[in-house]
Design a binder for this molecule. Sequence first.
Ligand code: ATP
Ligand code: MN
Length: 484
Amino acid sequence: MFNKRMRIKELLASESTNYETTVMGWVRTFRNNQFIALNDGSTNHNIQIVAALGKFEEDLLKRITTGACIKATGEVIPSLGKGQRVELKAISIEILGDSDAEKFPLQPKKHSLEFLREIAHLRFRTNTFGAIFRVRHTLAFAVHKFFNDKGFVYLHTPIITASDAEGAGETFRVTTLPIDGSAPKNEDGSINFKEDFFGRSTNLTVSGQLEGELAAMAFSDIYTFGPTFRAENSNTARHLAEFWMIEPEMAFYDLEDNANLAEAFIKFIIGYALEHNKEDLEFLAQRLAEEEKALPQDKRSELGLMEKLDFVVNNDFERVTYTEAIDILRESNHNKKKKFQYLIDKWGIDLQSEHERYLVEKHFKKPVILTNYPAEIKAFYMRQNDGCEPGRQTVAAMDILAPGIGEIVGGSQREERLDKLEQRMKEMNIPTEDLWWYLDTRKFGACPHAGFGLGFERLVQFVTGMGNIRDVIPFPRYPKTAEF
Ligand code: ATP
Ligand code: MN
């Protein structure tokens, strides 16, 4: 058996000393031909291994370079140096994998996030990305814990689907037909997808919601947590072409129940990370504070990362209707002084991210749940509100907006009334034949139900304080980039 080792995290936390143990990991630095800082990814802290002078062969010492992988056995002793309680006095050192110091791209110095994105296969070995991806793990685990504890069923919805019925975004096509122009054609010259693998045109999913609703009509409460794909050509710090989405769908929920669940959910997972990843979050908070030092005073965050997370966990989200939000925005000095790129002049317009950020960061200074949007700017499946003013038809939609990120959750109560749903689909040119299975649930035991989608990377961004979404997913996919 090879894997007889102590994780560095446990070793650093251990109270006792004067026992023998083995560690394995990657060399961060090697100082004075004597002190090895070793990291195994269990924590951002390194264990200091002391290779007593004269005890080890010169040939071996030469191979202890930044990036090399080693196995060290030694005695755990109280540390003489500052910054750590214990260190390992090496008895034996074995090189598991050499690393040519001249060629290893990660030097023990500060690298830019942009540069690290180009070496995403190695960036896990930095403190920043070590912390980010441990936090990401904890958040993912907390997602399952939250829903499992509430009795939700984890549902796997398909990744290949035959419709972009939702209209959520541009899709990636899935096909096995040749792309050299020799694909079978219909008489009108269009491609004959009957000859394609699935006998129809298919694409990667943009959302598992519609399928999620089907299962909620049996299990009451379900959630999905899976990859989603959108070929949106938007080169922003908040959009990826491949991202992970969490989509709970609940029978017997109205819009308010839905908002309550979403708020409780966000608070729970952030609280869970604060409890289980404090050290990493403190590291990231410090990183952010240092990054912000370079900014002018008015561009810096008012709260540090830890304070911001505590604040979100301990305060109610503001709940505002779209109509109220439009009034606030229209009357704002920002609008009057024409500081918005898109001025707010009338009810019915879609909010841009500058408006969302104004509401969250300047006006309310806390997360905001915006509800009851105009039907015209929302998806067909959202429930039409009764008793609206003429010309101001709204739907039971909700978006949750977070400081620094903008939209983090999009959700709604779903239209369960068959006639209203069909009428809306016709108005929006959504082919009812293709969605016969979706409409069936409105024919056989329909009930009030609701759900939402939370972009997992947006949440990880919020919790880690990272400005660019490309830095919170291991291997980001965005226009012109699919390396690794
Ligand atoms: P946005 O207006 O920010 O593009 P959206 O309205 O397209 O969002 P929805 O279709 O409601 O978003 O998707 C649900 C959630 O998925 C969003 O609230 C957001 O958290 C996340 N999301 C949407 N698009 C992306 C993307 N391209 N990359 C990462 N996360 C995304
Ligand atoms: Mn979008």
